[in-house]
Design a protein around this ligand. Sequence first.
Ligand code: AMP
Length: 416
Amino acid sequence: MQNIDSYDFSGKKAIVRVDFNVPLNDSFQITDDTRIRAAVPTLKKILSGGGAVIIMSHLGRPKGPEDKFSLRHIRPRVEELLGVPVHFAGDCMKADADVASLKPGEALLLENLRFYAEEEGKPRGLAEDASDEQKKEAKAVVKERQKEFVRKLASYADCYVNDAFGTAHRAHASTALIAAYFPEDKMFGYIMEREVAAIDRVMNNPARPLSVIVGGAKVSSKIAIMENLLDLADNMLIGGGMVFTFVKAMGGSIGSSIVEDDFVDTARRIMDKAKAKGVRIMLSDTVVIADRFDAGANVRTVRADSIPDGWMGMDTAPESIAEWKEVLSGSRTILWNGPVGVFEMEPFAKGTEAVAGLLAEATSNGAFTLVGGGDSVAAVNKMGCADKVSYVSTGGGAMLEYLEGKELPGIKAIKG
Ligand code: AMP
């Protein structure tokens, strides 16, 4: 495996998979260019090392070529940020001439990879009533075409760089399959490198104690993560809406709190597994409740197993936060996934805010703290804590699958 810092890009053409899936408004202006800016260090490293970059990405979920999903809309911004000429190839399968005229220090942006079904390897345009046999056949056809698609993309370059962590959990042409064409010349970009290093620091031999905070609305979406992390963690702190399924499993009264009755047994199994493994489970056992799901509701603070009828648990209360603080301040590694209350509503954001603060404090005391997965990332950003924790993961789905213990195709393709 090569390393972007030591690889000699001089005179080479590098094909770089980035995540330029940025939001555009109705006039095709970029409303948030964070993802483009995030990839700039990788692209500039190659350019300043004497290489040329061929940039490839997806944008949105087109069903075929559609101007509103064209990457041409973002080309000027990429050029501005890179400070070098950025050419555009309007068809990612017909870019030979553009690639041939590309000079060292220049960039070529390929059109949206997902204009081709071959990128994802999934058939398109199948009739709704297609039989299983027809579906199978269509899939075989697109998989066969995908080989040519990958070969063509690979033919443009001397080396391959993957810097799209957000799609690392997909075995697509540009995120995984293409790597096979560059056995000695494939590497991670800086975003990928940092994400992988941060998660590995938690998942492989973490500094102990390791505490995991799991929140969010539902147990069902976090079971795989919890089960996998029970093999690793010393403490598991559980908050948010999912806590009420656990409380119900223990026979508590949860009023009209969010609950998944189908997962009460699962919650019981998770607690049994934790006991067998010696993992300390700490539920948010004191909660702020409300008489309706509304920011203007009446509120009270009660034990999570004694919620009156008609009231619902909305946030982790200060009493529980105080207990968590003791555990977190002694932890050397902390992983946080999922808000511990309905943080979108100001009166129920305090628990999540407090957790963000505890992570910031633990970080300043030398702990390694990783925040990952959708809403908890939004929460640290909202609290202005993103630069006070060790690492905030950018890849929602990819991060979740990594935490579930799955091997990500985009990482495996490079690491082997
Ligand atoms: P997730 O995407 O699974 O991490 O869930 C995040 C969502 O969980 C957020 O929208 C929160 O508002 C929601 N949530 C957190 N605590 C609760 C709760 N006590 N009741 C209902 N929803 C909650």
